[in-house]
Ligand binder design. Structure first.
Ligand SMILES: [Zn+2]
Length: 152
């Protein structure tokens, strides 16, 4: 696991790893129209580091703005190394969509939690046209090797 690419840290406000206060959490099933489901049988599995819940698969990795991995920092100096995924069946998205301080311009975001242990795993980004993707904190995930021991 390589460390954050500090030369490409994008200093932006917002998207703190915070718990929402004063509002009752609302679970809303995410909707990924037109995206093929990814199951645990589909190559390398990516699981929650905290509870081993299946989250997504290596083949769901996508590039946004030309890169799969992005490094972001918030004003508190917390650095997140985030990988982009087309879908993440093991995530549950929480809270209202927000356009504030989005790391990806043109996309609103909400929190994505592990559906099993509720750990904060990242964010779900959705554009005005309904296209969405997940930006997941790589340090909160483990990628499991397939039977051949090859990493994608
Ligand atoms: Zn978990």
């Amino acid at each position: 696991m390589h460390g954050p690419d500090l030369q490409n840290v994008e200093i932006l406000a917002g998207l703190h790893c915070k718990k929402e206060k004063g509002s009752k959490p609302v679970l809303v099933t995410h909707n990924d129209p037109g995206v093929e489901p990814v199951g645990p049988e589909s190559g390398s599995r990516i699981v929650c580091r905290f509870c081993r819940n299946y989250i997504t698969a290596a083949r769901a990795k996508i590039e946004m703005r030309g890169r799969h991995t992005h490094v972001f920092a918030n004003p508190a100096g917390v650095v997140f190394e985030v990988g982009c995924f087309s879908i993440a069946p093991g995530c549950r998205n929480q809270g209202e969509m927000s356009a504030e301080f989005s790391w990806f311009s043109g996309y609103d975001w909400r929190f994505s939690l592990c559906s099993q242990c509720r750990a904060h795993l990242g964010w779900y980004f959705q554009s005005g046209t309904g296209n969405g993707f997940y930006g997941l904190i790589l340090g909160h995930l483990d990628e499991l090797f397939d039977e051949e021991g090859r990493k994608q």
